[in-house]
Design a protein around this ligand. Structure first.
Ligand code: SF4
Ligand SMILES: [Zn+2]
Ligand SMILES: [Zn+2]
Length: 312
């Protein structure tokens, strides 16, 4: 099998693009896809300061690497969830990448340690507030990433969500007809109000397999196993189903998700979208000042419950 572009020996086959690439041409393809995503969704420019949410997994480390190679100013934030060995090993991967690649280029790795800042690891916190671990984790990560972006004056926050993540999320939202979530799902969410950072997903045109290949070919060491809390998650089932469809019919995931984005773009000209209605309801949390639709934001409510002896 030879590279579609330069005809030397190919390193990876991409059925959804009817192509095969050698390492160099594959890197060019990955960089092009990210550059296209950034441009078409008006994510950020060369002068903007970007904060990348890194977890130690392939997607977020590949994202940090690609943004730096494309010449963007990108620092990163790692949230240490305090999940035993998993968190230790994922932090090692992030630290190693930062020390080897980002810090020598003058970029910074920020860290937030949940055990220190919120007083307990994510599993213990979830037990204290009687909520599922992943929903507690989501609340804390969203809050802390936004806080770091605002406090350190970043222009935009970037996450490593890929095409598989977005297509699985779309499938879940469609299966349950969660119109409210459908309306908010997209690769570029503007900074709706003062205090809310703009959020972007520059990897939405690349699959999990392509990002894993990018890391392997570029010697980016990442944590291979999923977070132990992800076991049994619905999103994994949706990904499996989409992978079966993709094997039978290459290109299914991108047709599904990109088609949705096309429809969403056309809808944006409609007078008032649900996201705009939501924005109109935002106000400052009376405890911490971050934007929220309630009087007190969900992070502050969670922390009150975690610290109230009656909830234990
Ligand atoms: S699987 Fe759950 S606990 Fe683990 S990182 Fe994801 S949301 Fe957090
Ligand atoms: Zn080539
Ligand atoms: Zn608050």
């Amino acid at each position: 099998m030879n590279c579609t572009k330069c005809k030397t020996k190919a390193a990876i086959k991409l059925p959804r693009h009817h192509a095969a690439f050698c390492k160099n041409c594959f890197n060019g393809f990955v960089h092009d896809q990210v550059a296209k995503a950034i441009k078409s969704q008006k994510m950020f420019g060369k002068d903007d300061r970007i904060l990348v949410a890194v977890s130690g997994g392939k997607d977020s480390l590949a994202l940090w690497d690609i943004l730096l190679k494309l010449g963007y100013k990108a620092d990163a934030l790692y949230v240490n969830l305090g999940i035993g060995n998993y968190s230790e090993r994922s932090y090692e991967k992030v630290r190693d990448f930062a020390d080897r690649v980002s810090v020598p280029l003058g970029f910074t790795l920020h860290t937030h340690t949940v055990e220190q800042e919120e007083g307990a690891g994510i599993r213990e916190l979830a037990q204290l507030v009687h909520r599922p671990t992943c929903s507690t984790c989501g609340t804390i990560k969203r809050y802390q990433f936004n806080r770091a972006a605002i406090e350190h004056e970043y222009d935009v926050m970037a996450t490593g969500h890929n095409l598989d993540d977005e297509a699985a999320r779309l499938l879940g939202n469609v299966l349950h007809w969660q119109e409210e979530y459908l309306d908010k799902q997209g690769p570029s969410l503007p900074a709706s109000v003062e205090g809310f950072a703009k959020k972007v997903k520059p990897l939405y045109r690349l699959t999990e397999r392509e990002l894993a290949a990018y890391c392997v070919l570029n010697k980016i060491d990442y944590i291979v196993e999923e977070c132990p809390m992800a076991q049994g998650a619905r999103s994994l089932l949706y990904k499996e189903v989409l992978n079966r469809l993709e094997t039978e019919s290459p290109g299914t995931k991108q047709t599904f998700y990109w088609g949705f984005l096309d429809k969403q773009r056309k809808k944006e000209s409609a007078p008032t979208t649900m996201a705009q209605k939501d924005q109109a309801m935002l106000r400052s949390c009376t405890t911490c000042g971050q934007p929220t639709t309630a009087e007190v934001c969900s992070y502050c409510k969670l922390m009150v419950r975690a610290k109230t002896p009656a909830s234990r």
